[in-house]
Design a binder for this molecule. Structure first.
Ligand SMILES: [Zn+2]
Length: 1117
């Protein structure tokens, strides 16, 4: 303020005033700003002068097109060899179905010589769908997103040297799918419209008026300030004042008014702000509140198949590399090793460009996982592999692992994750989806079921596809739930789901927002040029290593998308069966490779290949069943490859371990002789007893001596495989104890009993009326209630394949078994068969009783094997058991442990858990007794009050109109047990239920077995499970570096000390516990005690702890 003389200055303030005054009617002024671009006045307002020139004639533009046949997606080189035909703007192509999906354009432009003074010349290419621009030698340059949505990006800037030359040739590959596949009628979740055509709306050479575009972005930022900030704030009013003045100054016919208008905007963004470029982020207060990181969520498959994603990755990421070259502050985070691998295989030149930016620190691989997986259903081991395969890929290509795990869109997150994240070398976790819940935190320590924590941020901006508006930036503060302990937020911006990523206009907007924040304290400071890792480092420092942050314990349950535990039954089955098959392959191949190393090499590459397929299908819209039908054709194909390759690998390894043995399958029956013997291989480390079905017809009659029960028609027999010692090798046993015997009886019309000396199950009038613990005389079904199948009307409010709503519980119909008959009556196997006809569907169920568990307080299992021909729509099939058991919580298996969830609806949080995810079991226990339902391929369960249910089949029609239609086969089992869940062997019984013994037969005089009776065993604690046996990832047979890696976990939630006994023949010389990456650095040596025949190490666990043990084998030679 200037110094004044005494008294007032008379010349600064006029004495007379005849004007009407300046008071505005604010709302009218604000509305006026809506008329400055586009709309009714577009021929006279700012939009009318965005381009100096526009040409679309064939004297300047030559287009040639070749359409690839069918859904084929030829490479650039293949496409270039084809016969191209003339094309022009306005041409239509498609439809997507009959067959022309990918169209290649050779484009040549002539830039008129009088255009040389224009600041920029662009080719504007809008095919109405997605496209990619290449150089003529096949280097991908950038993506194009046609159409008129918010993600429109149709300009390709003609390089300066080409402008100088006057001509430019390039190539465009057009793919007939929009950002969100090919939606029907604009509703994105409807099945794709395969008949949609696309039109080449623009193929123009344009000279944009860069000053006008600058003003457009200025004006947009001003309007966002007006729309976002509180109306009584100085900045909000000033922004409106300036926007209004800009409209007063602007004249379409006078270019100098654009410059003047932009000068006015400097009142808000700061003087000469634009000349500062990226340096604008160096000014103003030093503490940034919002950290902007560019991102592009590319669903690995969803409303489009994997092959389309491969193109989306190339388009989106090339665009970002291009932007990095123009905006030095731009940083971009991209997850999913699989997407990088596709890029490397299909677009090697672009991969090199990306790699350059990764090494320059601008393009940030993030997440450390193979894909952004579903985080409810993958097994513990599969979740571990997501990180192991992901981290190994990133390390191998970029020399560095990730520090931050990244699952913004997964439909709920298991409490097993924090431990696995830390064990794979990451401390931080970013997510977002729980913004669908009312969740109390933004930045917190997420503490998993075992007590491990990760530093977690759920962006208050509530999206991973922010548009970088003033509103987004502001929300980072206003919606932050823990400002008392941390005041920074991550702004993850860029178009996504279908790819795209940040646009230039977003980077432009952020510079303006930062400029405005440097001038005014009313806006949070947005920070650019750093990484998500840096962001977490900063939070860690601010919060005293997390001590000042709140904690969240246990799973991050998503109160949404609960149908995804059941939708698309065959995918769930494919996942579970593949996980177990690969576990068995690794186990058996490891043994073969260490016991017969001279003739068998561990097939690591083939195993990796299968794992990568399984991990890919665990993507968060594939395994949940929320993708279009086309995706499932591909997924089923991958599972069938895994099945075929896995079985082949198993067989090769078994032939080494059991020379001259054959699997007991029908194709081998004619090779059986009288002297053949049955032998089983148990890949679990639990004692077990199994009933196996043995063919008895033809030459197989020879095996009659092994069977203890013959089927009614004499074609099959049942043998007992007795692995009571818990060894790997299992041989046929005798039915010695009378209490092992089971029977099936009919007590007149519609009244059947399956029983043994311990439990019995009664079926009356098509329903289960009694489940009796004979030993205790305890009836488990409450009087007047029945168990069995039931069907619910399943009409979610919107997200069809995703959601089952709480109201489905209000409309149910109990189904009755009909045509019940006894098909096996003991003493080893007792079964009754029954049928349910409902609507157009048939459900065939065989219920059997068998004593499998060897724990004294456990009871025999009742298994239910179902074959369903399913033709319903929007109906939900479940199996239920009302139980005489009272507890406020039920227990469900989760990866590497279990989780308890309420059986009541006390609070909205409790009520929300009306349908939950479980793996191999769900259990309802009270003091003294409990009943579990075991599952071998279903993941949906619920326990409402005392009614325990397993979810079997749904039938959504969007986005896959035919979801779950047709044939299904699945099983479940009912396991009563004396004692509470924590005293039971439910996890073990469920494990065995999922892992049948591999049954083989040995011909007479076959070669001696190589397989050890048991090469590793646990003792001292029965709450530790040995999950995985594999060769070390870092092994090298050629360098004689041989290790066996074991993964174990504590399964009940309490401490344990366990001894691990290893066959001395393995010649273990050192033992370590390591992280998931099997790193030698930080590995902890374990004391190895060698005694006669074995080596032993002792391991101490805390509840739900996962341990990786690396056994170093003696060097050969
Ligand atoms: Zn997603």
């Amino acid at each position: 303020m200037a110094h004044h003389h005494h008294g007032h200055s008379h010349d600064s303030y006029p004495e007379l005033n005849f004007s009407p005054g300046a008071k505005w009617i604010k709302s009218l002024t604000r509305d006026r700003t809506g008329t400055f671009t586009g709309g009714h006045f577009s021929d006279v307002n700012l939009s009318s002068i965005l381009f100096h020139r526009r040409l679309d004639g064939d004297e300047n533009i030559t287009l040639l097109v070749w359409s690839a046949p069918g859904l084929s997606k030829p490479s650039f080189d293949e496409a270039m060899k084809q016969d191209f035909k003339p094309a022009k703007k306005g041409d239509s192509f498609g439809p997507s179905c009959d067959c022309k999906t990918n169209h290649w354009f050779k484009i040549a432009v002539n830039v008129p010589s009088d255009w040389k003074d224009y600041e920029r010349v662009q080719f504007e290419f809008d095919p109405g769908c997605e496209a990619m621009i290449y150089t003529t030698d096949g280097t991908p340059l950038q993506g194009i997103t046609g159409g008129y949505g918010g993600d429109r990006r149709v300009e390709y800037i003609i390089p300066a040297d080409a402008r100088a030359k006057g001509t430019h040739d390039f190539v465009a590959e057009v793919s007939c799918n929009g950002m969100f596949g090919v939606p029907w009628n604009g509703d994105i979740i409807m099945p794709p419209d395969m008949n949609r055509t696309f039109k080449l709306d623009s193929a123009d050479l344009v000279a944009p008026n860069q000053d006008a575009w600058g003003l457009l972005w200025d004006f947009t930022a001003l309007r966002e300030l007006v729309g976002t900030l509180p109306g009584n704030s100085a900045l909000q009013n000033k922004a409106l004042y300036v926007a209004n003045e800009i409209m007063n100054v602007f004249s379409k016919n006078d270019p100098s008014t654009i410059i003047a208008a932009r000068k006015l905007a400097e009142d808000i963004f700061g003087e000469n702000w634009e000349k500062k470029g990226a340096n604008i982020y160096e000014e103003g207060a030093k503490v940034a509140q919002i950290w902007g990181i560019g991102h592009c969520h590319i669903d690995t498959a969803w409303l489009w198949p994997y092959r389309v994603t491969q193109q989306k990755v190339a388009r989106s990421w090339s665009t970002q590399v291009d932007l990095m070259e123009r905006y030095p502050e731009h940083r971009f985070a991209a997850s999913s090793a699989q997407q990088y691998k596709w890029l490397e295989q299909l677009y090697p030149k672009l991969f090199e460009r990306v790699k350059e930016q990764v090494l320059a620190g601008k393009f940030h691989p993030i997440g450390g996982s193979w894909v952004e997986n579903d985080a409810n259903m993958p097994s513990g081991e599969a979740l571990a592999r997501q990180f192991i395969y992901g981290q190994r890929f990133f390390e191998s290509r970029f020399g560095k692992r990730c520090d931050t795990a990244w699952l913004p869109d997964s439909f709920g997150l298991t409490g097993a994750l924090p431990q696995l994240i830390r064990l794979s070398g990451m401390d931080y976790f970013f997510t977002q989806k729980l913004s669908c819940n009312v969740f109390p935190h933004s930045t917190f320590n997420w503490v998993g079921i075992d007590g491990t924590q990760v530093l977690c941020h759920m962006t208050p901006v509530d999206t991973y596809t922010a548009q970088a508006t003033v509103g987004d930036v502001n929300k980072g503060v206003t919606n932050h739930k823990n400002l008392e302990s941390s005041s920074t937020s991550l702004l993850v911006f860029g178009n996504g789901d279908g790819g795209g990523g940040p646009l230039a206009k977003m980077l432009e907007n952020l510079r303006r927002i930062r400029g405005a924040a440097n001038e005014s304290r009313e806006l949070p400071l947005v920070h650019m040029g750093r990484s998500a890792d840096d962001f977490f480092e900063e939070i860690k420092a601010q919060s005293d290593q997390g001590k000042r942050l709140p904690n969240w314990h246990g799973e991050l349950y998503l109160e949404f998308h609960r149908g995804t535990y059941t939708s698309h039954g065959s995918i769930k089955r494919g996942n579970r069966k593949s996980e177990i098959l690969l576990r068995d392959v690794e186990h058996v191949a490891t043994l073969a490779s260490v016991y017969k190393q001279d003739e068998y090499l561990y097939p690591k590459e083939k195993i990796d290949d299968s794992w990568e397929k399984v991990l890919l299908n665990q993507f968060h819209d594939v395994l949940p069943g929320s993708a279009i039908g086309m995706v499932y054709d591909d997924a089923e194909q991958l599972y069938s490859e895994v099945r075929e390759d896995g079985n082949e690998l198993l067989e090769e390894a078994f032939r080494v371990l059991f020379p001259s043995s054959l699997p007991l399958i029908s194709a081998n029956v004619d090779k059986l002789t009288r002297a053949s013997t049955l032998v089983g291989y148990n890949t679990t480390f639990f004692p077990r007893r199994d009933v196996v079905k043995v063919p008895l017809s033809g030459p197989a009659k020879a095996l009659g001596g092994s069977v203890l029960q013959t089927s009614a028609d004499g074609c099959d027999g049942y043998a007992l495989l007795d692995g009571a010692q818990g060894r790997s090798l299992v041989t046929t046993g005798e039915l010695v104890a009378a209490d092992l015997q089971v029977s099936a009886q009919s007590h007149g019309e519609g009244h059947f009993v399956l029983k043994n000396s311990q439990v019995q199950l009664t079926l009356e009038n098509g329903r289960i009326t009694s489940l009796l613990d004979v030993k205790l005389g305890r009836e488990l079904i409450p009087t007047g209630h029945t168990g069995g199948l039931l069907i619910f009307e399943d009409r979610p409010n919107y997200w069809d394949a995703w959601d089952v709503e709480i109201h489905h519980l209000e409309k149910a119909e109990k189904l009755k078994f009909e045509g019940v008959k006894i098909v096996a009556s003991g003493p080893l196997r007792a079964s009754i068969e029954a049928q349910v006809k409902y609507g157009k569907s048939t459900i065939l169920v065989t219920a059997s009783s068998f004593h499998s568990s060897l724990k004294p307080n456990s009871r025999p299992l009742f298994t239910f094997d179902a074959t369903v021909d399913w033709h319903e729509r929007h109906e939900f099939l479940k199996f239920e058991l009302p139980l005489n058991i009272h507890s406020d919580v039920a227990t469900y298996e989760t990866p590497f442990g279990h989780v308890q969830r309420p059986t009541h609806k006390n609070t909205t949080w409790d009520a929300a858990k009306f349908e939950v995810c479980g793996h191999k079991f769900a259990d309802l226990s009270e003091f003294g007794y409990g009943v579990a339902i075991l599952s071998e391929s279903k993941y949906g369960f619920s326990c409402q009050g005392n009614v325990l249910r397993i979810s079997l089949l749904r039938a959504a029609t969007a986005p896959d109109a035919e979801q779950d239609q047709g044939k299904h086969e699945f099983s479940w089992a009912v396991l009563p047990h004396e004692g509470h869940f924590l005293q039971s062997d439910v996890p073990i019984a469920a494990y065995l239920f999922n892992s049948p013994v591999h049954v083989r037969f040995m011909p007479e005089g076959g070669l001696p077995l190589v397989a050890p009776r048991g090469f590793v065993a646990l003792s001292g604690a029965d709450n530790v499970i040995l999950e995985t046996v594999k060769r070390g990832d870092l092994d090298s047979d050629s360098e004689n570096r041989r290790t066996v890696v074991l993964r174990l976990y504590e399964a009940f939630g309490g401490h344990a000390t366990v001894k691990l006994h290893i066959d001395a023949e393995l010649r273990v010389v050192e033992a370590y516990t390591t992280n998931l990456m099997e790193d030698d650095v930080d590995a902890v040596a374990q004391e190895l005690v060698h005694t006669e025949g074995q080596s032993t190490i002792k391991l101490a666990f805390r509840g739900f702890e996962v341990k990786t043990v690396k056994l170093v084998l003696a060097k050969e030679g």
